[in-house]
Design a protein around this ligand. Structure first.
Ligand SMILES: [Mg+2]
Length: 431
């Protein structure tokens, strides 16, 4: 039995199993027992494998041409990636989670962090089963659920859930945690990239347990604040907030529920632009480029009014990290979907088909000339530089609209930022 301390909230990481391949099987019962693989944009590499394909030993990330003989020999069903389908199934899975738990943070196309407070945390095991069963019934997707006091440990618990029954509750008893963390290579910890992992290996830290036990001083000096936060999270202390974790490997999601219902296109445009700008910053911070963007808008699922839910996508040729290009695409997509009348409650964008900047393939048919590309890159670097020095939003895009727009998250009960904002400076009166 787990000895989790229920006075603090828990995080559930809910992750769809073999997401793209499972989406392809969803409306094709004839494929239920057949191995399925999905290829990246332009049919390059294998990016998703069904359980049957994994059992055949078909490697993840393998270029299609290298695996072709093996795929044919085993009668594997091969699909190009269909982000319109995956985006829609993703939205259904997220909506199902929101139906059961009020606080859902979508992390990537097929993963979400779900916060469990109070009674939800006290019944974590039941909630996990309920999430699994409901998602299965309503969407046909199979999810794994890992539950722990911090996001980093929830990621790890999810990893363990995948190997067992699909649900794993992190056991906070120290001797249990030690055994699990000792068996886990440090490179596999959420947020530890190869660079950090190499530094840790140089000082003999090879396991997640080693990282947990490393001194705060060393961590802050050599792995910066983010490495220290990861170690704290492994110790069970929540430190990583929304949007602070590492960028997921293949898709990057930025979405929010609105503070108030929104009816007009202009407000939706501002919201979508704001999410796009945030996602663009994260993309460049991780030195990635995106192969496409998908925009999603919807009405509330709890209102009695007629619901509206739409997703549209656009591929970039070539892949890009330029916010201006992304904003233009997002605006067009939104205009193509927008319908007057519905009370919109949420919007979001997803950048998909991410790959490292330096593996960017040129395109024969691209409109952008190299000079143009260099100028765009320089502009983005200048923008990111200013914002990291003077604070987020020091320079921003007009498309983002005013900070006080009504779609911004409601925080009526938020205390003033007395130490960080001049306008919230406390006032004293002398009489
Ligand atoms: Mg998954």
């Amino acid at each position: 039995m787990s000895s989790t301390n229920f006075s603090q909230p828990l995080w559930a990481l809910v992750d769809c199993n073999n997401f793209y391949a499972s989406c392809e099987k969803l409306f094709r019962p004839d494929l239920s027992a057949r191995p399925v693989v999905v290829l990246s944009n332009n049919d390059g590499c294998i990016v998703s494998r069904s359980a049957e394909a994994k059992a055949l030993g078909i490697p993840m990330g393998e270029p299609e041409f290298k695996a072709r003989v093996q795929l044919q020999r085993h009668n594997v069903a091969v699909f190009s990636s269909n982000y319109a389908l995956y985006g829609d199934i993703s939205a259904r899975v997220m909506a199902t989670l929101e139906h059961i738990c009020p606080y859902v943070e979508q992390y990537s196309i097929d993963e979400a962090f779900v916060r469990l407070d109070g009674p939800l945390a006290a019944n974590a095991e039941d909630i996990a089963q309920q999430l699994r069963e409901t998602v299965r019934q309503w969407t046909g997707m199979v999810v794994s659920v890992g539950i722990a006091p911090t996001r980093t440990l929830a990621k790890l618990a999810n990893h363990l859930a995948k190997k067992t029954s699909g649900v794993h509750i992190w056991d906070t008893a120290l001797h249990v945690a030690e055994t699990v963390l000792r068996a886990l290579p440090v490179r596999e910890v959420w947020g530890i990239g190869w660079r950090q992992s190499r530094k840790l290996h140089e000082v003999g830290v090879t396991s997640a347990w080693g990282l947990r036990e490393t001194s705060d001083l060393w961590l802050r000096k050599f792995l910066t604040i983010s490495g220290w936060k990861t170690a704290m999270e492994l110790r069970g202390v929540p430190c990583i907030g929304e949007d602070e974790g590492p960028t997921p490997r293949r898709t990057l999601v930025s979405s929010r529920s609105f503070g108030e219902k929104v009816y007009d296109l202009a407000s939706l445009e501002q919201a979508v632009a704001t999410f796009t700008v945030r996602a663009g910053e994260r993309l460049r911070r991780q030195k990635l480029v995106a192969g496409g963007i998908a925009v999603h808008i919807r009405t509330s699922r709890h209102a009695n009014r007629p619901s509206f839910d739409a997703t549209a996508q656009h591929s970039f040729q070539p892949a890009t990290a330029d916010t201006v290009t992304m904003l233009q695409a997002g605006r067009k997509l939104l205009a193509s979907m927008y319908k007057e009348g519905p009370a919109y409650a949420k919007a979001g964008i997803m950048l998909y088909d991410l790959c490292p900047q330096d593996c960017l393939q040129g395109s024969l048919f691209a409109e952008a000339t190299p000079v143009n590309d260099i100028r765009k890159t320089a502009l983005m670097m200048a923008l990111d530089g200013i914002n990291s020095k003077f604070g987020r939003g020091a320079v921003h895009f007009g498309a983002e609209g005013p900070q006080e727009a009504k779609w911004h998250l409601r925080c009526k009960h938020c205390s003033p930022s007395m130490t960080t904002s001049w306008k919230d400076l406390p006032q004293a009166l002398c009489r």
